[in-house]
Design a protein around this ligand. Sequence first.
Ligand code: PEP
Length: 250
Amino acid sequence: MRKRIIAGNWKMNKNLSESIGLISELKSKVASKPENVDVLIFPPYTSLETASALTKDSSIKLGAQNMHQADGGAFTGEISAGMLKSVGCEFVILGHSERRHIFGESDELINEKIKKALEEDLKPVFCIGETLEQREAGITNDVIRSQVEKGLNGVTENQLNEVIIAYEPVWAIGTGKTASPEQAEEVHKFIRELIETKYSSPAAEKVIILYGGSVKPENAATLLAEKDIDGALVGGACLKADSFAGIINA
Ligand code: PEP
C-alpha cells in the first residue's frame, strides 16, 4: 500500500509573519488528519528555519522549492542542498514547470539537481508535465517519457525509493483548469509503466506519483480516488489553511 502525500508549494508567497500564521493554523487542522496521509509544506527559503522549529512537534514535514546543484561556492543568490538540510528540510521540489519555463531549467540540469539532492539525503519531488500545445499535438506521452528518462538518468533503483514524482500538466497549473480524473490517471499509469520498464515492477508499484494542477477541496476526492494517483501537489489552494486541510481530508 503506497503512502498518500498532500504537498503544499507556497511559491513566492508569505513573508515570515504570514508563514508563522499559516503554519499555526495548519498545525491545529492537521492534528486530526488521516493516519495514512503525509503532509508536506514548501515555504519560501526565508521561512524555512522558522517553519522547521514550528513543525518539529507536529506531523507536518518540510521541504524547499528549489536548490542549486553545486555544494557551494561563487553562485550568488543560490542555495545548496546542505544548506537546506541544515535548516531541517527533508524534501526539495525539482523541475517545477515554473523553474523549467520561467527560469529555463533543462532536463539535464534538473537531473544534476536530483542526483545532488539524493547524495545529500534530500528527497526530491520531481515534477514533470506537458504544455497545452504538446497535449494538443498528441505528444504528451513522448514529453513525459523524455522528462522521466532524462530526469532520472543515473538514478539507481535504490535511490528511486526516495524520489516522489509529481505529474503536473502545465496547462492546469494556476489556471483553474484541472485535468479530469481520467486524463490524470491515464498519464499516471503511463508514468508507472515507464518506471517498470526503466527499473522493475516492484519499483513501479512503490513509486509515489502526485497529481498537481488546480487541485482544490472540491476536486481532490475524485482525483485521489484514481488507482495510480497517490496524492497531490497543491499551489494556490495551500495558501489558506482551510482549503489545504480540505484537500488533506479528501
Ligand atoms: C503547483 O504550482 O505545483 C500547482 C499545482 O499550482 P496550482 O495548484 O495553483 O495549480
